[in-house]
Design a binder for this molecule. Structure first.
Ligand code: 5GP
Length: 178
């Protein structure tokens, strides 16, 4: 059995249009303020690169990245994340948006949110390109969501399978082919 790419779930055009809307919304919500985007590596890099260009030049934007790995699984309450790459800037007193590729169980986001909120951000919101149905571990609202998708494993637009397929310009369901 080899692993193959299935049909396109979300096309390039749909992604482009939705990110433009999110950029407009962020520009409106943060008018007159500086917004700090914190991308969670690696999957969010493409979404972040497009969102930042969709934010009005009248809204100053700062960017930094963080990389975390999860230990423990979604069925335990003791799962923690290890920070593999931390931020290089202080977020104390800043208006921060965590930028995620996909929220599945919500465990990664829960930990990142807790870490960043302990660092004195003035406000903390979340933008995710994709949301799966079962995000039971994160009970705050997701402020900016690109698309809600079914509970399938997807790749493309920054998301990988074993480090592959991040360069696909659209989002596809990964299936198993005989
Ligand atoms: P969570 O902690 O919300 O369960 O998982 C979030 C992380 O799991 C994402 O940042 C991503 O790395 C990975 N993940 C969850 N679902 C998918 C998926 O459908 N495709 C890919 N490529 N990664 C996923």
């Amino acid at each position: 059995m080899t692993t193959g790419l299935g049909t396109v779930l979300i096309s390039e055009g749909e992604i482009r249009r939705r990110i433009a809307e999110i950029g407009r919304q962020i520009s409106k919500d943060y008018a007159g303020r500086t917004v700090t985007l914190v991308g969670i590596l690696k999957g969010s890099f493409m979404f972040l690169a497009d969102v930042i260009r969709a934010i009005s030049l009248e809204t100053p934007v700062e960017v930094d990245f963080m990389s975390v790995s999860s230990y423990g699984d979604a069925t335990t309450t003791s799962g923690t994340v290890h920070i593999e790459k931390d931020l290089g800037i202080s977020i104390d007193g800043k208006d921060v948006i965590i930028v995620e590729d996909i929220v599945d169980t919500g465990l990664t986001l829960l930990h990142v949110y807790n870490i960043l909120s302990a660092r004195g951000a003035r406000s903390l919101r979340v933008a995710t390109l994709l949301e799966k149905p079962g995000k039971s571990r994160y009970d705050r609202p997701l402020d900016y969501v690109g698309f809600k998708i079914p509970n399938k494993f997807v790749v493309g637009f920054g998301l990988d399978y074993a480090q592959r397929y991040r360069n696909l310009p659209d989002i596809r369901v990964l299936d198993d082919e005989a």
